[in-house]
Design a protein around this ligand. Structure first.
Ligand code: CTP
Ligand code: MG
Length: 233
């Protein structure tokens, strides 16, 4: 039984507004991508890692991150696509012998071994699961005029993180179907299964520290989270 982590680092990081792409920005001296790779490298649940990045960053990734930090589980560094789901599809095509895939945002450095383990257990039972946390905020559904339409009950609302974990055949088949149709509003991997797959997706507890680096404030928060995590380990 083979589990592969597909780590996505092919985005432009427009909302970060920095010269260096956000997945390569340094947190306490090491690139954001280092932290997510490190967690998969050290997890017993993961056999190999595929890194998906921009064409122009492949050599940098190989030399400055994978070789520099000795990430021996990385099997390939491949070019991504225009949209996130294109990068995911490229990753899926690079690990056809896998039984399970852990699809993860390279810009989300603080996943943990515990959540990988919980995810693995859930995917064995359900075939598909996503890591997330109950929403701390009340969520409103807006109409097209910016007026409140409704309020879902807070205990039914989760903020979804990554990794998102699937049986390989289920996510590959769903992606193949989705690619024949319109994927324009697809923002995560679970949505591909929700629309084009035929299984229910289990929600699995992640952590509030498992943030995605998106805007400049997130770097400040990430430094604080890292200080806290390093105190524990
Ligand atoms: N990603 C990717 N390929 C894309 C778009 C995104 O591999 N075509 C990756 C990003 O590198 C990131 C993750 O998907 O690790 C989550 O995406 P997001 O936070 O939206 O990152 P960006 O698209 O880079 O940022 P922005 O939307 O602000 O441009
Ligand atoms: Mg994006």
């Amino acid at each position: 039984m083979k589990s592969t982590a597909i780590v996505l680092a092919a985005g432009q990081g427009k909302r970060m507004n920095s010269k260096v792409q956000k997945q390569f920005l340094l947190i306490k001296g090491k690139p954001v991508l280092y932290y997510s790779l490190s967690c998969f490298q050290n997890s017993r649940e993961i056999e190999e890692i595929i890194v998906v990045t921009g064409k122009e960053s492949i050599n940098f990734c190989k030399q400055e991150i994978i070789e520099a930090y000795g990430f021996s589980k990385v099997k390939a560094v491949i070019p991504g696509g225009k949209e996130r789901y294109d990068s995911v599809y490229a990753g899926l095509c690079a690990c056809e012998d896998s039984d399970y895939v852990f699809i993860h945002d390279g810009a989300r450095p603080f996943l943990s071994n515990d959540m990988i383990r919980r995810g693995k257990e859930a995917v064995l039972d359900y075939g598909a699961c996503v890591i997330g946390m109950p929403s701390k905020d009340t969520i409103k559904i807006a109409d097209e005029n910016g007026m409140v339409e409704s309020t879902p009950s807070r205990n039914k609302v989760w903020n979804i993180q990554t990794p998102q974990i699937f049986s390989y055949t289920a996510i590959r088949e769903a992606h193949e179907k989705a690619r024949q149709q319109n994927m324009a509003d697809i923002t995560d991997d679970a949505m591909v299964i929700e629309r084009f797959g035929n299984m229910k997706i289990k929600l699995v507890e992640g952590s509030y520290e498992n943030i995605k680096i998106t805007t400049p404030e997130d770097i400040v928060v990430a430094e604080k989270i890292l200080e806290k995590i390093q105190k524990i380990y």
